[in-house]
Design a protein around this ligand. Structure first.
Ligand SMILES: Cc1ncc(COP(=O)(O)O)c(C=O)c1O
Length: 400
């Protein structure tokens, strides 16, 4: 507080405290619990990619400010990746922008494209930076809820949410935390709406290589979307180097120019040597991407089955490395309270979905677990979670 009694944090950010990931990860460290809360892998990505970063550092590539839009090698590799996996063509000089992770790409895009008072529609539960970035831009978020058990988008609700003030749709597929992967029909309906109402669309595709059922279709590939979509992705999830924070935007030249204008005053540039390494990563053979997905598919199945056996209602994800569960069958009424008590009760950390919701009731008893962990860690977590039900059974059956 200053002498005037005014709090230091401005009104736009007043509702955003410490992120739940920080709280839960701190809890994991304090209690020594297995952290299935935050979505980071417990093993690093390919050795060859790590070596590429070391080489770049040693060779003095990227140790000084790299070019604002990103090093040409990486921009070329991003354009090649978009062509190889999605059949999309981008000019690496004008239609690709390297950012400090997808997080900066989202922030720069929203700061660049929004006027104060503009409305942004996003499916909730949403990744926590969306609401904060919309607020920083002085815009207004309008949630459309993905509801259990199927978490499909309600396209009528989406249409009804559009007003004359709506400027853009902010989409995430594969979707964190529900694991929903939008189908071609759903994307076509969204594209049609965007064209009809002249909306911009921002697509967060950081889990594009983690689709187990269905396929990842970039919205920007649909008719009418090439010039109104900002497509965002990142190396963190695909190559298991979340600490490097190398992300990117691919879009039409005017949109990339707009995003770059905001981005240059956020970080200007970042991750110099890592940019060269990610350029190599993006050119890994198809086998890398397939093996990565299949590894995570096996882990998904292990955790999904284990959670079901432990008494959770499990919503099997089609993509991402998260699984949303419902803890109501365990007799729990509140996911946040459940997650706060879980490390003490059985030595596991998870994240409550309610924190990703404006409509808190819609996610009140939902809890998210990450399965981007070693198999032995997941097995141990499952064994620990099973004791919840046993303890509960004992508690219920015991004579009073
Ligand atoms: C949906 C979604 N978008 C963006 C990010 C952040 O990506 P990055 O680490 O590249 O900033 C995450 C990370 O968890 C995410 O889940």
């Amino acid at each position: 507080m200053t002498a005037s009694g005014r709090p230091p944090l401005n009104r736009r950010l007043a509702e955003f405290g410490t992120t739940v990931f920080a709280e839960m990860s701190a809890l994991a460290v304090r209690t020594g619990a297995i952290n299935l809360g935050q979505g980071f892998p417990d093993t690093d990505g390919p050795e060859s990619v790590r070596e590429a970063a070391v080489r770049a550092l040693r060779d003095g590539r990227g140790n000084q400010y790299p070019p604002g839009p990103g090093v040409p090698e990486l921009r070329a590799a991003i354009a090649e990746h978009q062509r190889r996996f999605h059949g999309l063509t981008f000019d690496p000089d004008t239609e690709v922008l390297v950012t400090a992770g997808a997080t900066e790409a989202i922030a720069a895009t929203l700061l660049a494209l929004l006027e104060p008072g503009d409305e942004v529609i996003a499916f909730e539960p949403y990744y926590d930076s969306y609401a904060a970035c919309v607020a920083m831009a002085g815009a207004v978020r309008v949630p459309v809820t993905l509801r259990a058990p199927r978490f499909r988008p309600d396209l009528d609700a989406l249409r009804d949410a559009v007003t004359p003030r709506t400027r853009l749709l902010l989409l995430n597929s594969p979707h964190n935390p529900t694991g929903t992967v939008l189908t071609r029909d759903e994307l076509a309906a969204i594209a049609e709406l965007a064209v009809e109402r002249d909306l911009l669309v921002v697509t967060d595709e950081v889990y594009e290589h983690l689709v187990f059922d269905g396929e990842h279709i970039p919205l920007i590939s649909l008719p009418g979307m090439r010039d109104r979509t900002v497509s965002i992705s990142s190396a963190g999830k695909t190559f298991s180097f979340t600490g490097w924070k190398v992300g990117w935007v691919t879009a039409s030249a005017p949109l990339v120019t707009a995003v770059r204008t905001a981005k240059q005053y956020l970080t200007f540039v970042s991750a110099g040597p890592f940019q060269y390494a990610v350029a190599e990563a993006l050119r890994l053979p198809d086998e890398y991407f397939t093996a990565f997905r299949e590894d995570l598919r096996a882990k998904r199945d292990l955790l999904v089955d284990g959670l079901a056996e432990a008494g959770f209602e499990v919503h099997r994800p089609q993509g991402t490395y998260f699984v949303t569960t419902d803890v109501a069958p365990l007799g729990e009424k509140d996911g946040l309270a459940f997650c706060r008590s879980l490390p003490e009760r059985c030595g596991v950390v998870a994240v409550p979905n309610a924190v990703f919701h404006d409509d808190v009731d819609a996610g009140r008893t939902q809890v998210r677990f990450a399965f981007c962990k070693r198999e032995d860690v997941l097995r141990e977590a499952v064994a620990r979670l099973r004791t919840l039900n046993t303890a509960r059974g004992r508690g219920t059956d015991a004579p009073r």
